[in-house]
Design a protein around this ligand. Sequence first.
Ligand code: EPU
Length: 425
Amino acid sequence: MEKLVIQGGKPLYGEVRISGAKNAALPLIAATLLAPGTHILHNVPDLRDTRTILKLLENLGITWQRRDTTLMIDSTHLTFSEASYDLVKTMRASVLVLGPLLARLGRAKVSLPGGCAIGARPINFHITGFEKLGVTCRLENGYVDAEIEGRMQGNVIYFDIPSVTGTENLLMAAVLAKGKTVIKNAAREPEIGNLIDMLTGMGAEIQGRGTDRLDIYGVDRLSTAECAIIPDRIEAGTYLIAVGATGGEATITGCNPAHLPSLLEKLRATGMEIKETEDTIFVSADRRNGNGQLRSVDIKTMPYPGYPTDLQAQFMALMTLSSGVCVINETIFENRFMHVGELQRMGADIRTNGHTAVITGKGANGLCGAPVMATDLRASSSLVIAGLAASGRTEISRIYHLERGYEQMVEKLSRLGAEVWKEQE
Ligand code: EPU
């Protein structure tokens, strides 16, 4: 196993280009199952998770080729309808094949993902939604075995909580159902807009893009798609926070600032300078300009356009370096404070009570390097940020978590002047 070593305390300067979004690539790759033929996806990040979903598609009989960031997926021969535990346990988003398999084959057997490091994360909304469309779902031996005779029938589906992959799964099912489906309290994340654009390009009829009500008018068949994956807003946010934490100055390119409304406001409130164009964000916390003392700012994670849970751990790392006290409230996942204990090992002052963390900033030089352990993807990136800002050497073990969602992180950070490398444990 590899670990990441960081010799911290160096401000990040320069430019970093953002990759395509993991959480958009996964549903768009799954959506290629909906229509036979060759689909073309651009700006696809090469990550452990995108490789996992492509492996899953291969197991279903699908072939694919990659040329740089473009994927050509030929889904003509869809011969199998089962996603095994081996794959699903490594990536929960594997459940995204349920909707397209049901729409195209009328059958899907997918392992239940089980709990994960950040919470229980059930898929009951997905299953109830499919049942509303007429599907029979049996839960047996750790699998959901779903089946429908003929086509699904449109219906009204209401989510208790807006679910991102739940909305995506049901969208992919409903586009080929008979009649109209309405998804109420749908998630509004930009990745869903990306999926709607792809489905519309394939011939689907969907109204309400960007809102919490989606009206889907089922069509008889779809055609192949050519679509570009949107920039990864969580990767962009992670680099913005990393630059701020180290007291540096950089331009984030190839991103979409409009997808980061809450983070940019929060970063401005800390005193960081943020300037946006259509596809770049300039960030400065340069201590040479006297901008280095960060103010403490509270956050509460919420569904989009609220503050994203996927940037909570990184913001907490930033707040350990601020000059006051702040409260972070995690409302999406019940166990998403796994990074707290590791940040404390680096000298952070954090107290938690249930879903709330109180962080007393220790100033720009408040952290020191330590051996720490990555526990999930975003917790890992918060440790990277802490390590970059800390004095001395930080060693982060279990970095396979990072490789699930950050493309070429070591190379990108090195180009910004960080001293960071991988070593065998
Ligand atoms: N929920 C249920 N039942 C369901 C579905 C969701 O109770 O059937 C609950 C969840 O337990 C959670 C809330 O609803 O409390 C929202 O979960 P959601 O379904 O939106 O999460 P997800 O679709 O499983 C996606 C991202 C996550 C991101 C969340 C929230 C993908 C592939 N994953 O997960 O990304 O944290 O939305 O924004 O899109 C990551 O990239 O590191 C990551 C974890």
